[in-house]
Ligand binder design. Structure first.
Ligand SMILES: [Zn+2]
Length: 90
């Protein structure tokens, strides 16, 4: 029984660190969004779409919580779909 829980925990961890690619390529931010629970993903999505919140603030917050992300990744994700942006779906 205990082994089963350990296996599950390992598998859940793997989902966060290496989730399956969805709809083509996604960037680190896209993978965090896909791996987060619904309310966290919604909150992150909201601040990503709030221009007054800087990329540095978002990168710092994510990094503080164990998702090391650079400012550049946030900036590219904000431009997703555009030529200079990432390939995440808009
Ligand atoms: Zn992205």
């Amino acid at each position: 029984m205990i082994e089963k829980w350990t296996d599950l925990a390992g598998e859940l961890d793997a989902l966060v660190s290496d989730p399956p690619a969805r709809r083509g390529s996604t960037c680190t931010v896209g993978r965090i969004l896909a791996g987060a629970d619904e309310s966290t993903a919604a909150a992150l999505q909201r601040i990503l779409d709030t221009p007054t919140v800087t990329a540095r603030q978002i990168a710092d917050a994510l990094t503080k919580h164990g998702h090391a992300v650079s400012m550049g990744v946030i900036i590219r994700h904000r431009r997703r779909g555009a030529e200079t942006g990432c390939l995440c779906p808009r």
